[in-house]
Design a protein around this ligand. Structure first.
Ligand code: GLN
Length: 500
């Protein structure tokens, strides 16, 4: 039989349920693929072979006992390393948490396991999710499976690369300003940031608590829909008071016609500085594909969106500064030894535990929240947030979804964006949705005509219209990935991973 990377999540779950293969066989195939491919990709920080086989055996036993299996039965899944999973470390790709053993399991992770998924391991990321390239990991960078001299995007770069390289079928990431959608775009996979509150944040190490949201990556829209069903099953989570009941079957309307529905285009965004012609042309082609399927394109305006990055880089560092204060080497994290005083210990633990970007964010947050500057920056940033929220609300009176790029350009080379503000601009198209709290999904459009690298479009929608986003994403997929999903990056396809 072929490699497991040729199968969708639904096909794996069905194959396990029908007895075509066992969950243990799939788990072994995924571990074999990781062994054959990850030396080059380096998507993983830990491979949890024991947990994977244990979960798979449990699935096979349940089948033998005649129990009904979950919708992700036997599906190999990876988790970003800011998500707690008992039996693994949760390092956030930081020296600070290099030895931190997960004391409990995050709700989003647990829900994937409850649906029958097989946990293959924890994936690399920018340290504490600060970044857009996965280069700021304290351990090692991750390579883009389409060109290993290039970054996979970030901060959930390991999760995107693991799916693009066919090491797992589905993975989870977190998105505070674009960290699911931007790496999905650079790696040519589907990545969804659900509406804030749709997925519990409990057990996901906090970066910006009013912005953070966990969500899935997959090679097809259907795989992402299956994961969304698992993540929202069981209703709101009592451990995250911002989580809400999402009583939606994400598969139910996946193949609905989009005839007569309205797709918003923001002309100013299509002319944004930094957007390459290649990506712009591909997004225009995606709009045409939606038109061909009967949708109407309408121009909408988001007049304050140009201020989104500035507002984000006030709000996010402020929240990060408060959230990361707990890593003081006493309550949590790396502890410097041999210090004469507690003050010295705290100071050196933080100085040596955090990398450069994590320090930059916290120093910025400390400054922005200090008296005097608070009124000058933090309040206006929150006011901009209100204005952008109102802009979107007005836009969605005229359209069902908005189509725009996910990332301004294709994957860049390691070290190419050395100025932090250049890196911040990678999230030009994604940040506004975190500020507002709405959902967004990145959909692959094949390979760019000039670069030969993956290009994507992004669909954004009103709050809790995430199932609608997937309907439109599926419509794009019908045109751009007629085989039902994006391919595994060719250099890695079928390398190991044979289903016995
Ligand atoms: N790149 C953005 C940042 O560095 C977003 C990161 C994220 O979504 N976690 O803050």
């Amino acid at each position: 039989m072929a490699s497991f990377d040729q199968l969708s999540a639904a096909q794996i779950a069905a194959g396990v349920a029908n007895g075509d293969f066992t969950a243990v066989e799939v788990a072994r195939a995924a571990l074999d693929a990781v062994g054959a491919r990850d030396g080059e990709v380096k998507a993983f920080l830990q491979v949890s072979a024991d947990l994977a086989l244990e979960a798979a055996e449990k699935t096979d036993k349940a089948r033998a006992a005649g129990e009904k299996l979950g919708p992700l039965a036997g599906v190999p899944v990876a988790f970003k390393d800011n998500m707690n999973l008992v039996g693994t470390r949760t390092t956030c790709a930081s020296r600070m948490l290099a030895n931190y053993e997960s004391p409990y399991t995050a709700t989003c992770v647990q829900r994937m396991l409850d649906a029958g998924a097989t946990p293959v391991g924890k994936t690399n990321m920018d340290e504490f999710a600060f970044g857009s390239s996965t280069e700021s990991s304290a351990f090692h960078p991750t390579a883009n499976p389409w060109d290993t001299a290039r970054v996979p995007g970030g901060s959930s770069g390991g999760s995107a690369a693991a799916v693009a390289a066919g090491e797992v079928t589905v993975s989870l990431g977190s998105d505070t300003g674009g960290s699911i959608r931007q790496p999905a775009s650079l790696c040519g996979v589907v990545g969804m940031k659900p509406t804030y509150g749709a997925v519990s944040r409990y057990g996901v190490v906090a970066f910006g608590s009013s912005l953070d949201q966990a969500g899935p990556f997959g090679r097809s829209v259907e795989d992402v829909a299956l994961a969304m069903n698992a993540l929202t099953a069981g209703g709101s989570d009592p451990w995250d008071s911002t989580s809400q009941l999402v009583d939606v079957d994400f598969l139910a309307h996946l193949n609905d016609s989009i005839e007569g529905r309205r797709v918003g285009i923001v002309p100013a965004l299509m002319e944004a500085a930094g957007l390459t012609d290649e990506v712009r042309d591909a997004v225009i082609a995606a709009g045409r594909a939606l038109q061909d399927q009967g949708a109407e394109l309408v121009e909408v305006d988001l007049p304050n969106i140009a201020s989104a990055i500035a507002a984000y880089y006030v709000i996010a560092p402020c929240e990060a500064f408060s959230n990361l204060a707990r890593f003081d080497g006493v309550r949590y994290g790396y502890q410097e030894q041999g210090c004469a005083t507690l003050a010295e210990q705290t100071s050196l633990s933080r100085a040596h535990g955090f990398g450069e970007e994590a320090k930059r964010r916290q120093m910025l947050g400390a400054y922005l929240l200090s008296s005097g500057t608070y009124d000058k920056y933090y309040y206006p940033a929150q006011q901009v947030r209100t204005l952008i929220t109102a802009d979107y609300a007005r836009a969605y009176e005229q359209c069902d979804v908005i189509l725009m790029p996910a990332a301004p350009r294709t994957a860049f080379k390691f070290g190419e964006l050395s100025d932090p503000t250049q890196m911040y601009a990678s999230d030009l198209f994604t940040i506004s949705n975190n500020i507002v709290g709405n959902g967004g999904v990145s959909v692959p459009l094949g390979l760019g005509a000039q670069s030969g690298l993956p290009v994507s479009a992004q669909l954004q929608g009103p709050a809790f219209a995430d199932d609608r986003l997937l309907t439109f994403a599926r419509a794009i997929e019908r045109s751009f990935s007629p085989d039902g999903g994006a391919p595994v990056a060719p250099a890695f396809a079928g390398k190991g991973g044979e289903l016995a």
